[in-house]
Design a protein around this ligand. Structure first.
Ligand code: CTP
Ligand code: MG
Length: 227
């Protein structure tokens, strides 16, 4: 089986407050999406990368000049729908049921090739697949509508899910189709089929750029030699 990356990049970035889709915000001299795609391009075992854009996207070509991978303007109203559109595009391009797909958020622009390699090494011999994740270090609180603590949650078995998430095309497509727009990642959809994806430890630095203050932090971490 071959390995493919699928990058959902069709979101609007509402929480970022950037006034434009956050994947196009400049970080350390390049649009966020250019960093993300450079990290994936540095993984030789990936046969190809497919970027999923919004049908209205008119920024990609200027943001990532010379991009040599695959592109599809099939983004939907939710991340899950964008990923499903991308999976259908992979099928149209001849990717097989048993080929592996690594779904990776455009917004995780701090990705390092060595973390992707660790995921691939762990999942290739696995019957299910898996995801990058990080054990939770902080004590977890549930909060109420007034901003007060409603409960403390045992963190000892908790992990923060990241991406890439690596599953075979047939499985992830079946799983996301069954769960629909409610799925916030691929693993949760696979879990709903009764399967247990593998947790592969990466780094806290593989965070998802989400809030206004995240851009400055990502910019520091993307300085040469930092990560
Ligand atoms: N995404 C997508 N299609 C959507 C929604 C999200 O392809 N309809 C992508 C985003 O572009 C992002 C990734 O999924 O790379 C993770 O989503 P998130 O961080 O939530 O990004 P946004 O949805 O753009 O941000 P927000 O939720 O703050 O609006
Ligand atoms: Mg979102």
């Amino acid at each position: 089986p071959r390995l493919f990356a699928l990058v959902p990049a069709a979101g609007v970035g509402e929480r970022s407050g950037a006034g434009m889709p956050k994947q196009y915000v400049d970080i350390a001299g390049r649009p966020m999406l250019a960093h993300t795609l450079a990290a994936l391009a540095a993984v030789p075992r990936l046969a190809q990368t497919l970027v999923v854009l919004s049908p209205q996207d008119d920024r990609f070509e200027a943001a990532v000049p010379g991009y040599a991978g695959w592109l599809a303007r099939v983004g939907g109203a939710s991340r899950a729908e964008s990923v499903l559109g991308g999976l259908a595009e992979l099928r149209r391009r001849g990717v097989g049921e048993g080929d592996w797909v690594l779904v990776h958020d455009a917004a995780r622009c701090l990705l390092r090739p060595e973390w992707v390699d660790a995921l691939i090494d762990a999942c290739l011999p696995d019957a299910v697949g898996g995801l990058l994740a990080q054990p939770v270090a902080d004590t977890l609180k549930a909060g109420d509508a007034q901003g007060r603590v409603a409960a403390t949650i045992d963190r000892r078995d908790k992990w923060a899910a990241q991406t890439p998430q690596m599953f075979r095309l047939g499985l992830v497509e079946r799983a996301l189709t069954a769960m629909g727009a409610a799925a916030t990642d691929e693993a949760s959809a696979v879990e709903a089929l009764g399967l247990a994806p593998q947790l592969v430890r990466a780094s806290m630095a593989n965070f998802k750029v989400t809030w206004p203050e995240d851009f400055a932090l990502a910019g520091r971490l993307l300085q040469p030699g930092c990560l």
